[in-house]
Design a binder for this molecule. Structure first.
Ligand code: ATP
Ligand code: MN
Length: 445
């Protein structure tokens, strides 16, 4: 069995026999020795393999190895005289498993992220995208751990649905579904409505899976397919919901900082200077909380020239969200109690009859990372809201019926997983934090 590079670099003892398999990030051939930097995706650093000329296949094969070739190297681990690495492998045998040619796109020089998107089958071999995938992995596990440790049940909500959770008409329709299902099937925009079913039987549930939005938003923060984390809690109001969101974000970021130290050091140095400090600050300080109305007042009095003018009732734009979190409080802000007119039908109506118990968590650089609410659990109020929104009540019969059998206050939120990864890594474009981005006009890979 060959070892993973990560384990060898961390725990390999000089003098031991080791064998690794991986791809060459660089190959340097000097007179009589070859230096091969072998990476297998397990960590930021590669393992340096030194190949002496007495290897049987040195002249025929080793001497001609280039970036991108795949090898299996065996030999003795020795202390490395080189800077920045504890050990290196003195090879006694190297099997060349896969070769490459001049047309290999990932030669040494740096590539733009735009170009790398066109070679999504090779880009995970780069430092940056390689690190993004590892951070995604750790973040996903941290999310499951957070909820599992608190007794939440992971609920698998459907991808194919007949309901429009957001009532926003931004859904992809499935061709042929009329004949197949007897009704129009669409790709889900949110697992929330089904998560509410789960909350009203299992008290605390969460869904974590892909969601789809057919909105034509060509921005650095929108994908047509993205992953969403949606906890839902029974016997919970808006304040409990905000408390959970804050504890959740802090916990996941803390795990990323602790477990992805090398990758985060890379992002901090090469991608977004200061991102580690920003994250540490976020873990350490309480989130600011204010109502939408207070936020609008702050924006109006700011004297800042916004592209979209601010007045009570507008849907806040990214520039407004970023001003609040980046300029005004300089840490995450949770806005609550939004105007009913700009929010979805299922949010709990406040007594003022103008606002609903919605909340958005805003963070620097990204703006909205979480959107949530206390849900309307009063049957009569919900029915009136849905009628006012022009929804077909019959299509939501089960959702309404839940309000007639053991209805209780409940609340939840949705976190865009890629926005979290984008925030944590400092990556500028959301298309670079999902392995295979789907956006308007693009469906390769
Ligand atoms: P935005 O105003 O930024 O488009 P939204 O209000 O439509 O977001 P919600 O419907 O509240 O978002 O969805 C919950 C979360 O899902 C958001 O807070 C965000 O993190 C994420 N999200 C929403 N739309 C997208 C998208 N197109 N691509 C990636 N993440 C998204
Ligand atoms: Mn949206």
């Amino acid at each position: 069995m060959s070892a993973r590079v990560h384990g060898v670099l961390r725990e390999g003892t000089p003098g031991s026999q080791v064998s690794v398999k991986g791809w060459l990030r660089t190959a340097r051939h000097s007179k009589g020795l070859s230096f091969l930097d072998v990476s297998d995706g397990s960590c930021m650093n590669g393992l340096q393999v030194v190949a002496p000329p007495d290897l049987a296949n040195y002249d025929d094969e080793i001497r001609h190895l280039t970036t991108g070739c795949a090898i299996h190297a065996s030999g003795e681990l020795v202390e490395s005289p080189g800077k920045g690495q504890r050990v290196e492998l003195r090879a006694s045998e190297i099997e060349v498993i896969g070769t490459t040619g001049d047309d290999y796109a990932l030669q040494k020089k740096r590539h733009s992220f735009e170009f790398l998107r066109t070679i999504a089958h090779l880009r995970p071999r780069t430092n940056t995208i390689g690190a993004v995938w590892r951070v995604r992995n750790v973040a996903a596990r941290a999310i499951h751990d957070f909820f599992q440790e608190r007794g939440f049940v992971w609920l698998h909500t459907p991808v194919l649905t007949a309901a429009d959770a957001e009532g926003a008409g931004e859904m992809f329709e499935l061709a042929g579904s009329e004949e197949f299902f007897g009704r129009t099937a669409r790709l889900t925009v949110s697992g929330q409505l089904e998560a509410e079913i789960g909350a009203l039987s299992h008290s605390q549930v969460y869904s974590f899976g892909p969601t789809f939005r057919a909105e034509n938003s060509n921005t650095s923060r929108h994908l047509s397919e993205f992953w969403m984390v949606e906890p839902e809690m029974a016997f919970c109001d808006l304040e409990g919901d905000v408390d959970l969101a804050e504890a959740f974000l802090k916990s996941v970021i803390e795990v990323i900082l602790a477990e992805c130290a090398d990758d985060m050091a890379f992002f901090n140095e090469r991608i977004e200077k200061g991102v580690v400090e920003t994250l540490e600050h976020i873990v350490a300080s309480p989130f600011e909380r204010m109502t939408y109305s207070e936020a609008v007042e702050i924006l109006e009095r700011s004297g800042h020239a916004f592209e979209f003018p601010v007045k009570w009732g507008i849907d806040l734009q990214s520039e407004h969200e970023r001003y609040l979190t980046e300029e005004h409080v300089k840490r995450p802000v949770v806005l609550t109690d939004y105007p009913a007119a700009i929010k979805a039908f299922y949010m709990y109506a406040n007594d003022d009859e103008k606002t609903v118990r919605a909340m958005d968590v805003l963070v620097p650089r990204i703006g909205e990372i979480i959107g949530g609410s206390q849900r309307e659990h009063r049957a009569d109020v919900l029915e009136a809201r849905m009628t006012a929104h022009g929804l077909d009540l019959e299509a939501y019969w089960w959702y309404l019926e839940l309000r007639r059998h053991g209805t209780v206050p409940h609340a939840g939120f949705g976190l865009g997983f890629e926005r979290l990864v984008q925030f944590a890594t400092g990556m500028a474009n959301i298309r670079d934090v999902i392995p295979f981005p789907r956006v308007p006009g693009s469906l390769e890979f």
